[in-house]
Design a protein around this ligand. Structure first.
Ligand code: SDX
Length: 427
């Protein structure tokens, strides 16, 4: 029997059911609150609001825990692969060898883009931000793949899911090639998901491209760390867009647009630019002071999190991966030293301790991506590439959830009460 919470308001007393999940905080079911007592709850930023039931990802922000279908992110990053994690997010269980092979080969066969989309790229300026291209091209997929836009058809939802996961590397690589004025590289089905992406990005037609296993493993791990993260802003955007019945390509394009913001997925680009701006450890105190100054809009990019009030477990793996990759690639980037020094100083500073600000997933990722050869403008596009798997899994879960309906929040109105129109000659 569910517990109830007693509410006393305006001389009335009534109970609201308390719902429990498998782990984590209980929730107060307020669906009947307005009908019962004519009031709304108020929660801008949704700091205390659960928008859905979900089995996909669990985060304990106080303990710094991130689980995908119960599996800790550090174990997945160390022992799994991005394709296997994609399968896990979509199906809730780790695949057997045969199932993984079937899933990977299905994804592989969806990596090509409709040839006419190449014309779509030609409409952009060469210096267009890759995220502007990603928003446009992914939204445009609904103009080309009509046979997988009917969300009431489970088969079409599956095909759209596979197409989105498969085509994001091709779309992202083409955005990079377009910015360079180099020819697009077609997918090579003999390569892994990540190997194919690296070849489409850094390969050129006149010569063979050999995938570096160190880089391939690092990118695979980076994609795992970015795959899904519960009901973050861009995932909630995808869910809200799909609640109106919009097609999957349009919903993922909405998620890409939201992820672009510097407070969210755009933080990896902003963090590396910030670290480069700091330049050397001696200048760190100046930036720490700015981050603490209420009158200065500057924030330490890659620091802080709505949910993690402890160290982001992804940042721990990312820092270790950065050290390993830079060492193996023989890259000595002073920015990495600045990042580690900045972390040490910030974590001892009263302001960051009191506000529980720790490095997040975006703090170290740029160091690795830069060492591999990506420009900072590509960082958020890579985040979107990996997060598409989580968005697609959450989208499927939402559509299959009988409790879900069109998302339509209310408000606390603070504007004028009703008044009569005043003709212009009387104003
Ligand atoms: C991602 O939600 C997810 O799961 C997102 C993500 C995912 O995988 O999907 O994890 C990916 O988006 C990671 C976060 C990337 N963003 C950044 O690194 C940008 C810098 N960080 C922030 O802007 C901020 O920390 C947020 C946006 C991440 C979280 O903001 P909140 O939860 O709304 O917290 P807040 O802005 O209310 O900050 C609380 C206090 C404030 O001070 P007071 O007003 O209480 O005095 O902490 C301060 C803030 O000023 N603060 C910072 C800070 N982050 C928060 N001060 C300096 N530097 C910072 N980075």
């Amino acid at each position: 029997m569910a517990e109830t919470a007693k509410i006393e308001f305006n001389g009335h007393s009534f109970g609201l059911p308390v719902l429990s999940g498998s782990v984590g905080p209980d929730v107060l079911d307020i669906r009947d609150l307005h009908a019962e007592c004519g009031i709304f709850t108020y929660d801008p930023g949704f700091t205390s609001t659960a928008a859905c039931r979900s089995k996909i990802t669990y985060i304990d922000g106080d303990e710094g825990v991130l689980l995908h279908a119960g599996y800790p992110i550090d174990q997945l990053a160390e022992q799994s692969s991005f394709m296997e994690v994609a399968y896990l997010l979509l199906n809730g269980e780790l695949p057997g060898a045969a199932a993984l092979d079937k899933f990977s080969s299905t994804i592989t066969r969806h990596t090509m883009l409709h040839e006419q989309l190449i014309q779509f790229y030609r409409g952009f300026r060469r210096d267009a931000h890759p995220m502007a291209i990603m928003c446009g091209v992914v939204g445009a997929l609904s103009a080309f793949y009509h046979d997988s836009t009917d969300i009431s058809d489970g088969y079409q939802r599956m095909v759209a899911s596979h197409r989105l996961i498969a085509k994001m590397p091709t779309i992202a690589a083409m955005a990079y090639k377009y910015s360079l004025g180099q020819p697009f590289m077609y997918p090579d089905n003999s390569l892994s998901y990540v190997g194919n992406f690296l070849r489409m990005t850094f390969g050129v037609p006149p010569e063979p491209y050999v995938v570096d296993p160190i880089v391939e493993r690092a990118m695979d791990r980076i994609f795992i760390l970015h795959a899904d993260h519960e009901q973050n802003a861009s995932t909630s955007t995808v869910r809200l867009a799909s609640s109106s019945g919009a097609n999957p390509f349009a919903c993922i394009a909405a998620g890409i647009a939201c992820l672009w913001g510097p407070a969210h997925g755009g933080a990896n680009e902003a963090a590396l630019n910030m670290l480069r701006q700091i330049g050397k450890p001696e200048r760190i105190p100046e930036y720490i002071a700015r981050a603490k100054d209420k009158d200065d809009p500057f924030r330490l990019m890659g620091f802080g999190h709505r949910v993690y009030k402890n160290y982001d477990p992804r940042a721990k793996v990312m820092q270790a991966t950065a050290a390993e990759v830079l060492d193996k690639l023989g890259v000595d980037d002073p920015v990495f030293d600045v990042a580690r020094e900045l972390e040490q100083i910030a974590l001892k500073d009263e302001y960051f301790i009191e506000k529980k600000l720790y490095p997040n997933v975006d703090f170290y990722s740029g160091v690795i991506l830069s060492a591999i050869g990506f420009p900072t403008t590509m960082f958020t596009a890579l985040f979107a590439l990996a997060r598409t798997t989580g968005w697609v899994a959450q989208w499927n879960e939402m559509i299959s959830d009988p409790e879900q309906k069109i998302g339509r929040p209310r408000q606390l109105y603070t504007g004028p009460a009703q008044r009569d129109y005043v003709p212009v000659e009387q104003r």
